[in-house]
Ligand binder design. Structure first.
Ligand code: ADP
Ligand code: MG
Length: 716
């Protein structure tokens, strides 16, 4: 059947179909074989027009009576046909080629496939697919696959390429008997079936992916991931790390004694989990998750205290300078009285100051180094790094996470001499790694992507917090909101007002809010404008402005004034997103909330509700809202629980995007769905270790087949 254009032909892509295949990553037989149909078309049967109902998509066979071009209401090709029972049918084409007219000659037998409409003038199909046939032209024996494609890649070409890939791909069973769940077909059979289902197949089981052939693919994929994770967990178990044992009267105990508060039960528990890992002599790889404000920083400080007490250095990395600076201030306040020297490293620190900091790190004088990702740049050499802490881990890009791992895994040669004595004798020691996040990872996701991570969870907030009330307010009620701000400020409270951008179309230097959808950037209100507007509307109120274009010292100065209460209102871009801690701030306004991601909104909201005053978060939105925009705002209004938010985020965006997989260009799971396929995931997980133990070659072959090209990413 010739592809029927629904639009005038786009100029053929210069690159041609072969290039289009390449850009879809369909370069190997196995990649082609795993390129599964989106849906199927049923060309295996013919429906008599008398039996057809309007709205059905079907294939009919009929003879052309006449065809001509009409000009009203617009230029179109209209063909009139009758089927074997004499039932009439009109085919209508607004876009058509000479070849269409040539085929639709009176007397010609045609098979047409499309949606049947019951128009005023009788049954018709608009832009059906069709082809000329003879009375004895056989019907398709199988359902016709329709593949995900791209411009310049016709289905017919793609079908051929996939069929050939399917033939050539090495699809031998590599899994030993007993691994694949009972009732699922062999891999080759499953793929053959999915590409070319026989006519009687119930399409519903293919569409909802419940068919055993689909289940087989999902299981394969999940198993590959579980094996890969189990493998990297084992590789890590073979590595050595410094034994960081807690001393009874050591730094850890001293810090505990001088803290201005008692740890919550959850903080104490995760601290114990971390301390136990640090004492094991193999590299810790632990994710500490806890909602915004749960008190992760002090847990990190306690871990650092153990490391430093054992004579090792500790690095703490935060995604933004402003957050790194807060950590620095807090750690200095907690630890310097106990005799710890804390160094400070960021990208903006240059020249002599930077050299001094680097020297202190290299000599080991600085026991604790705090900073942005500048901490892992190549010229930073630690005398003996024992523990690395990465705050707001999810905010670091994939590339940075990989760089960190490399830095941790391969200490530079010339460092060897400076390593602790133990390092010189035995195998190289790897530092321990503690990652922290306020964007909790749902359990199924953790099982899949982070099986190589131990997870500790702070599931309790420090006492004395009042729940935050979230309100959704349309932007046209701005004036009311400003009046409300006046009241809050009169009562001595402080307000954050967050905007997505500083100036039209300019980068903030921080993670930008999602780019405008539909509206040009210039139309966005920006922080500068809002600052002017609020200053004018609130005479006598001190309104500050902070954004990513300010120099670090300027940012710090503004933050300090807000913290000290000299500023009542702080207009900010997302620089304040993470970690900023001003307990007296009780109102958070997020402008253009619909442009922020759910995790980001949750982070922002966490800036208030840090003290005992009742807090409010106002999400200002402008209409019209997209569906996902609506879902996000509703989720924010309905819950303040970070875990629930993460679950909804996953639901709205899907796991690939959740993990920032977009960045890597690879969706991590192509076939399996974590929610639906939890039982398969459990089985895959159960078999992964046994497979590695008893059939290492099969395990290797399986992982290579499925994940060959993305192993690095999985480790990040
Ligand atoms: P997050 O988990 O978001 O990083 P922080 O570590 O910034 O949270 O802690 C939030 C605030 O709570 C800080 O002011 C911190 O000093 C305070 N805090 C942490 N633990 C406790 C506790 N057990 N009791 C009282 N306040 C605490
Ligand atoms: Mg924090």
């Amino acid at each position: 059947m010739p592809p029927t254009p629904t639009k005038p032909a786009a100029p053929a892509a210069k690159s041609g179909p072969a290039r289009a295949l390449e850009s879809l990553g369909l370069t190997s037989p196995i990649a082609l074989a795993l390129h599964l149909p989106l849906r199927y078309e049923d060309e295996t049967r013919l429906t008599p027009l008398a039996d057809a109902r309007p709205g059905d998509t079907l294939q009919v066979e009929a003879i052309v009576q006449e065809a001509h071009v009409e000009f009203r209401p617009r230029r179109q090709l209209v063909a009139r046909l009758v089927d074997a029972d004499g039932e009439p049918l009109v085919l209508r084409f607004v876009n058509f080629y000479p070849s269409h007219q040539k085929t639709l000659q009176p007397g010609q037998r045609i098979r047409a496939r499309g949606e049947l409409r019951g128009g005023f003038f009788g049954r018709e199909m608009v832009h059906p697919q069709f082809k000329a046939v003879q009375p004895d032209t056989p019907l398709a024996a199988e359902l016709t696959p329709v593949y995900p494609s791209s411009a310049g890649l016709p289905q017919a070409y793609l079908r051929k390429a996939v069929a050939s890939g399917l033939q050539r791909a090495d699809l031998r069973e590599v899994l030993p008997a007993g691994v694949v769940p009972a009732g699922l077909p062999p891999l080759r059979e499953a793929l053959q079936f999915l590409h070319h289902p026989p006519p009687q197949t119930a399409l519903a089981t293919l569409e909802d992916h419940s068919h055993p052939a689909w289940q087989r693919l999902k299981f394969e994929e999940l198993l590959a991931q579980q094996v890969a994770q189990a493998q990297s967990r084992r590789e890590r178990a073979l590595l050595s790390a410094p034994v960081l044992a807690m001393r009874p009267d050591g730094l850890h105990a001293k810090l505990m004694a001088t803290l201005p508060f008692r740890l919550t039960g959850a903080q104490a528990r995760v601290s114990r989990e971390i301390a136990a890992d640090l004492a094991l002599g193999r590299p810790m790889h632990r994710l500490l998750q806890g909602d915004v404000g749960a008190g992760k920083t002090v847990v990190a400080a306690l871990a650092a205290a153990v490391a430093m007490d054992a004579g090792w250095q500790c690095a703490l990395m935060a995604p933004t300078e402003i957050l790194a600076e807060q950590h620095f201030a807090k750690l200095v306040q907690w630890l310097e009285p106990l005799g710890v020297r804390v160094a400070w490293l960021t990208g903006s620190k240059r020249g002599k100051a930077r050299e001094q900091a680097l020297a202190a790190v290299a000599s080991g004088q600085a026991a604790l180094v705090v900073g942005t990702h500048a901490v892992i740049q190549h010229d930073v050499q630690f005398a003996r790094l024992g523990l690395a802490v990465v705050d707001e881990q999810h905010r670091f890009g994939v590339a940075q996470r990989l760089a960190l791992r490399r830095k941790l895994q391969a200490p530079p040669e010339e460092d060897a001499a400076a390593q602790a004595p133990a390092a010189r004798e035995g195998p190289a020691l790897e530092p321990h790694l503690l990652m922290m996040t306020a964007t909790p990872i749902p359990r199924t996701l953790a099982m899949t992507y982070f099986a190589d991570l131990e997870v500790s969870t702070i599931d309790e907030l420090p006492p004395g917090r009042t729940p935050i009330v979230t309100k959704l307010i349309a932007d046209n009620r701005r004036d009311e909101l400003i009046a409300r701000i006046r009241d809050e400020v009169a009562q001595g409270k402080q307000v954050y007002w967050v905007c997505p951008l500083i100036e039209a179309a300019e980068e903030t230097g921080e993670a930008p809010a999602k780019p405008a959808r539909g509206k040009p950037l210039a139309e966005l209100r920006n922080a500068t404008e809002t600052h002017a507007q609020l200053s004018q509307a609130l005479p006598g109120v001190e309104v500050g402005l902070i954004h990513g274009r300010l120099k670090p010292a300027e940012k710090a100065a503004v933050m300090a004034r807000f913290k000290a209460g000299e500023l009542s209102v702080l207009v900010a871009t997302t620089v304040i997103e993470v970690g900023v801690d001003v307990p007296n701030a009780s109102l958070m306004v997020v402008e253009h909330a619909e442009r922020f991601g759910l995790a980001q909104l949750h982070q922002l909201r966490g800036r208030v509700g840090r003290g005992e005053v009742a807090s409010v978060c106002v999400l200002l939105y402008s209409t019209p809202l997209s569906d996902t925009g609506k879902q996000r705002l509703r989720a924010m209004a309905e819950t303040t629980d970070g875990f629930e938010i993460a679950r909804r985020d996953l639901e709205i965006r899907g796991p690939g995007e959740f993990m920032g997989a977009r960045q890597s260009g690879d969706a991590l799971l192509r076939f399996a769905d974590l929610d639906e396929d939890a039982p398969l995931l459990t089985q895959a997980r159960r078999h992964a270790t046994a497979l590695l133990d008893r059939h290492p070659q099969a395990a290797h072959a399986h992982v290579t087949r499925w994940l060959g090209h993305q192993m690095d990413y999985l480790k990040a």
